[in-house]
Design a protein around this ligand. Structure first.
Ligand SMILES: [Zn+2]
Length: 383
């Protein structure tokens, strides 16, 4: 391997390295970046490849709700990976979301992508899944806007990457979208038509996000208490992966919204290898806030009060605990200075928790050994 630093490698290289293996690579949303040191250290010690990612809403040119621009995020992640001597990781732009698809939004999206590329991102998720045409007469018509915007932006990224390899994730079926009956799931035929159409535009993603029963963030019972998430539809996920394979489409599945799904269920029942990327987000935020609750009770109380006061008007009838749970992510920017200037003892506790929990995820995802596989594949001159 002729790589002599701890900077990010292309997401495509990681997926190629684990091709055919029953493994899921964790993509950690490090919106409170302090957790990253622990995650990278666990990746190094367990020989696991890993992605770190933030979505557009969390990190954009104005800092998003984490207060981190793509440049800030890239720098923090490179620093953490270097300190942990972790060399097999990708810097991923999660949910580059396009909601309207008009010229102005596409132009702003290109500017965001420029900033991400300048910051050293090596992997990108284009999410135009909101542009679903319910009036379409067939699958192609339903997906036509998603297909054209996704192709346009993917080709833009390829052009701007100037021949460098990169990871590409695309999205069919909006995650967490509901109708009167409940969550709307992606159909196998939708996934197949979507990837075929992208291939026709010369766009070849390695990974596809689908709607398969998960939601982002926590799941609540009728009283607003956080409960386990048991809703990921495994047979449907397998059916989609099979349909893609039967059509010779070389693309794996990205599982979004894993927080709350029991790790033993993941370990024993997730179709690893069908799912190749597993996004874990809110979980890491919980880790940081749970440590602050004990180590920095004053700060935690301030965060709690600010969140509840700010978001109570928009959430009539909800209990304080649920208002806090659903909106504390917006406090990250408000309390940016305080969260990033906690003492070393607090930081160590956050990182130790992140380290231990990462090991559990890597084990449940069967990703131990994946970093070596990726390193080996990088030695082969096929890419
Ligand atoms: Zn997601």
């Amino acid at each position: 391997m002729n790589k002599n630093d701890f900077g990010p490698i292309p997401g495509s290289t990681i997926f190629r390295g684990i091709n055919g293996k029953k493994m899921i690579i964790m993509a950690a949303n490090t919106r409170i970046a302090t957790v990253a040191s622990g995650i990278f250290k666990a990746a190094k010690d367990s020989d696991s490849a890993v992605f770190v990612e933030l979505a557009r809403s969390e990190s954009d040119l104005g800092g998003g709700y984490t207060g981190l621009t793509p440049h800030d995020f890239g720098e923090k992640m490179k620093e953490a990976a270097t300190a942990a001597q972790c060399d097999v990781w990708a810097l991923h732009a999660d949910h580059i979301t396009i909601k309207k698809g008009d010229a102005r939004e596409v132009e702003q999206t290109r500017q965001l992508i420029d900033a991400q590329i300048n910051a050293g991102y090596t992997s990108f998720a284009i999410d135009a899944s909101h542009l679903f045409n319910f009036e379409g007469k067939n699958v192609r018509e339903e997906l036509s806007e998603n297909i054209s915007i996704t192709s346009d932006l993917a080709l833009y990224i390829r052009n701007k990457m100037k021949g460098k390899n990169f990871g590409l994730e695309v999205e069919v079926g909006e995650i967490g979208r509901k109708d009167g009956q409940g969550l709307i799931l992606t159909r196998p035929q939708e996934a197949v038509e979507f990837i075929k159409a992208l291939n026709e535009h010369d766009v070849y993603p390695q990974v596809l996000a689908i709607a398969n029963g998960s939601t982002h963030g926590h799941v609540y019972d009728e009283n607003g208490s956080v409960i386990e998430q048991l809703s990921i539809d495994i047979p449907r996920t397998k059916a989609i992966a099979n349909a893609l394979r039967e059509n010779n489409l070389d693309v794996g599945i990205a599982q979004h919204g894993i927080t709350g799904t029991p790790r033993d269920l993941i370990n024993l029942h997730f179709p690893k290898g069908d799912i190749i990327k597993g996004n874990v987000g809110t979980f890491w935020q919980d880790i940081a806030f749970n440590v602050l609750k004990i180590y920095e009770p004053g700060l935690y109380k301030d965060i709690q009060e600010w969140t509840i006061q700010t978001y109570r008007p928009q959430n009539p009838g909800k209990r304080d605990a649920q208002i806090f749970d659903g909106n504390c992510k917006f406090a990250i920017k408000e309390f940016f200075k305080e969260i990033y200037s906690v003492d070393e003892v607090t930081e160590k506790a956050i990182q130790a928790m992140a380290y231990a929990e990462s090991l559990i995820f890597f084990r449940a995802f069967s990703s131990y050994g994946s970093a070596s596989l990726v390193r080996k594949s990088m030695d082969q001159p096929t890419e």
